[in-house]
Design a protein around this ligand. Structure first.
Ligand SMILES: Cc1cc2nc3c(=O)[nH]c(=O)nc-3n(C[C@H](O)[C@H](O)[C@H](O)COP(=O)(O)OP(=O)(O)OC[C@H]3O[C@@H](n4cnc5c(N)ncnc54)[C@H](O)[C@@H]3O)c2cc1C
Length: 476
């Protein structure tokens, strides 16, 4: 997020000076590390949670269209940087990986059929295919079929335009761009305090990971892009806008295999249905991953619980985030999400073999010996005040900014990295409203659809998607 915002602002206002503080010895070691997330270019091409089914059986596609629109903004931003030579060959961070949804059971098959019907003619979902035929599905993803009962109703959708993104590589490249353009990047430096001064500047206090001496720097604008650490830093800034916000950490793990015989048999991201009570980001999926030029498979995520807000955080993070103003929202959100609590406990106590059975629901002939466990990143879900319920837990992201726009931070995790570009554009509009007109030519150079919706303009959608597909070397 910080690398994306920094790059955008550097392009918009090259004469501003930038300083980035990272507490760890390198960038992208938390959620943006390629093995700490699933690397899905989230655009609702396969994630079923974006198309909920109403009680009357109708399918709502508005969430799917919204996240796809957002991903098209990211594609445009990355394409622009590839075209200007500020990002390297796209294969270093984005790779074509067909996106599939795969379901079993009559009710789920019916849901997927209806979902396909609802999306197939939409300009952003062109190329979506559907099949209930095992031989067709096998030709799309060979490991899904052998070992499955012939009488089991199954269905799948597939779209070639899906992507696997190495957000770690992308982060490093964006930071290199910033460094080459005179931004100062300070690693091993933990921000410990943010305070508003009388003259309106923000005083940032930071400490080196070795030693106790605090250092100070002053800034006109601060972006708190600290991932799970953002809530705490925004609370320290004292801005009233953070009052009532809390966080609930959900940790994750994946199973990974580097066995190239298996890797050769599966070249797709295959998303299934979420278990009852499971949070949307816990939808199981079997993925091809392309990281540092090597291909592996990953299955998960399995949810877990740790009170840490960052993988390298403290066991006291959750308790330290509690304030009088967020206590009621946190209690209320806990009380109204008992199915999530039950789901998390179920995942925590599940045996290794039970967990592996989840993988075998996708890959019936999968063998435990080929797979090893990796710990994913921490996601801190947003808890916020709600006038009716007292507090709600939400699974998206939220920009919290001061009224004068001089400080902003990002809470929450999902869909996250795929939508960093539109989220940061939204932040720019919120924090720098007076400059938008002056910056508009550069904004539209970065993102040609800026200020419009592609779904309202199929011709523009086609030209933008064709252009970004060509630049990023991914299927249209
Ligand atoms: C299991 C899992 C699967 C996911 N799958 C996907 C996916 O498929 N697609 C997708 O788009 N998104 C996915 N996400 C979400 C995505 O990973 C995140 O939204 C995104 O990486 C967040 O980026 P960030 O820059 O906000 O946070 P981070 O990448 O966590 O970066 C925050 C940085 O701030 C640093 N920091 C924290 N506190 C301080 C401090 N006090 N001082 C200095 N530095 C500090 C941290 O060390 C870290 O480097 C997934 C996340 C998880 C956990």
């Amino acid at each position: 997020m910080s690398a994306t915002l920094g790059t955008m602002l550097k392009q918009l206002q090259p004469d501003w000076s930038f300083q980035v503080f990272e507490r760890l010895g390198d960038a992208a070691q938390e959620s943006s590390n390629p093995w700490n997330n699933a690397g899905t270019g989230h655009s609702a091409l396969c994630e079923l949670n974006y198309t909920p089914q109403a009680a009357d059986g109708s399918i709502s596609i508005s969430g799917a269209v919204k996240v796809n629109e957002q991903f098209q903004v990211s594609r445009q931003f990355w394409s622009h940087l590839v075209e200007t030579g500020d990002l390297p060959a796209p294969s270093e961070f984005i790779n074509p990986t067909p996106h599939m949804s795969f379901v079993w059971g009559e009710a789920n098959v019916e849901f997927l059929r209806k979902r396909f019907e609802a999306l197939k003619d939409h300009p952003l979902f062109q190329g979506l295919e559907y099949s209930e035929d095992a031989s067709v599905i096998r030709s799309w993803a060979p490991v899904l079929i052998p070992g499955r009962s012939k009488s089991q109703p199954i269905a799948a959708t597939r779209i070639a335009a899906g992507t696997d993104v190495d957000f770690g590589s992308l982060t490093h490249h964006l930071l290199s761009y910033l460094k080459e353009n005179d931004a100062e990047i300070t690693y091993g430096s933990r921000v410990t305090g943010i305070k508003r001064m009388k003259d309106g500047l923000w005083r940032i206090t930071y400490k080196r990971e070795v030693g106790y001496t605090p250092f100070v720097v002053f800034a006109r604008f601060v972006f708190v892009g600290a991932g799970g650490g953002a809530l705490n830093l925004l609370q320290k800034s004292g801005i009233p806008e953070i009052r009532g916000y809390g966080g609930f950490p959900v940790s994750g793990e994946f199973l990974r295999t580097d066995n190239q015989d298996l890797v050769a048999k599966h070249q797709a991201k295959v998303y299934g249905m979420a278990a009852v009570g499971a949070p949307p980001m816990s939808v199981p999926h079997l993925d091809t991953r392309v990281i540092d030029g090597s291909t592996s498979l990953m299955f998960g995520p399995y949810a877990g619980f740790s009170p840490k807000f960052l993988k390298a955080g403290s066991l006291f993070d959750l308790f330290a985030s509690i304030r009088p103003h967020n206590l009621i929202p946190m209690i209320a959100a806990g009380g109204s999400n008992l199915s999530l609590v039950k789901y998390l406990i179920g995942q925590l106590v599940a045996k290794k073999s039970t967990k592996f059975e989840e993988l075998q629901q996708f890959f019936p002939h999968g063998e435990q010996k080929d797979w090893y466990r990796i710990t994913a990143g921490q996601r801190v879900q947003v808890i916020k005040k709600d006038p009716k319920k007292g507090g709600v837990l939400q699974f998206g992201t939220e920009v919290v900014a001061s009224a004068d726009g001089s400080i902003a931070g990002l809470l929450g995790a999902s869909p996250g990295a795929s939508t960093a570009a539109p989220i940061m554009l939204g932040l720019i509009e919120k924090c720098f409203p007076d400059r938008i007109e002056q910056w508009r030519p550069r904004l539209t150079a970065m993102v040609p659809s800026f200020g419009t919706l592609l779904s309202d303009d199929p011709e523009l959608a086609d030209s933008v998607m064709t252009r970004t597909a060509t630049t990023l070397k991914i299927p249209r």
